[in-house]
Design a protein around this ligand. Structure first.
Ligand code: HEC
Length: 152
């Protein structure tokens, strides 16, 4: 009986997603990597009229306000939203894999200026946990993000 109850509780934890609970310190480590090492917000956080980061929508997706001075084939002008548990429609595991390999779930490599990212597993999990903990920017679609960034 005891085993059965434990099994049921374990199953509940897994199905409610509580199984993905953050390890102690993981969110802080992820935040540190995002804000102080990867500088993800430089490209992924939208900017206000004065060029200031829009902290209401951290990593909520933005049109880049810089361009290369030499021709770069396939330059991406838009950094998508990577905030929230369902960012990009990816699962947490897919985000971790991308952060480890730089390859998207559909087998693509990101266009420049997205750096080719290769984190070790522990760091990838921390970054994915932190990104997932951010509010999903419901209102920031590709179109509205374009409106927020100054035209280059
Ligand atoms: C120099 C600008 C820049 C920085 C810094 C940057 N990104 Fe990006 N990121 C981009 C651009 C541009 C794209 C879109 C690439 C594309 O469309 O292929 C992108 C795409 C992505 C994607 C989606 C993958 C894809 O290609 O569709 C993820 C996830 C991502 N970035 C995560 C991050 C994380 C996490 C960091 C920080 C560790 C980061 N990025 C730092 C510019 C940047």
């Amino acid at each position: 009986m005891r085993t059965t109850l434990a099994t049921v509780i374990a199953a509940m934890l897994i199905t409610t997603g509580a199984g993905a609970a953050e390890k102690p310190g993981q969110l802080a480590h992820g935040r540190y990597l995002v804000e102080n090492v990867g500088m993800c917000g430089d490209c992924h956080t939208p900017r206000g009229a004065m060029g200031q980061p829009d902290l209401q929508h951290p990593l909520g997706g933005a049109t880049l306000d810089f361009r290369p001075t030499v021709p770069v084939p396939a330059w991406a002008e838009m950094a998508p939203s990577i905030a929230g548990p369902k960012a990009l429609g990816w699962t947490r595991a897919q985000m971790v894999k991308f952060l480890e390999t730089g390859v998207t779930p559909d087998g693509r490599e990101s266009l420049p200026p997205m750096p080719r990212i290769r984190l070790k597993r522990q760091d990838a999990e921390a970054v994915a946990a932190y990104l997932s903990s951010l509010p999903a920017p419901m209102a920031v679609t590709k179109a509205s993000a374009v409106g927020q960034a100054p035209k280059p």
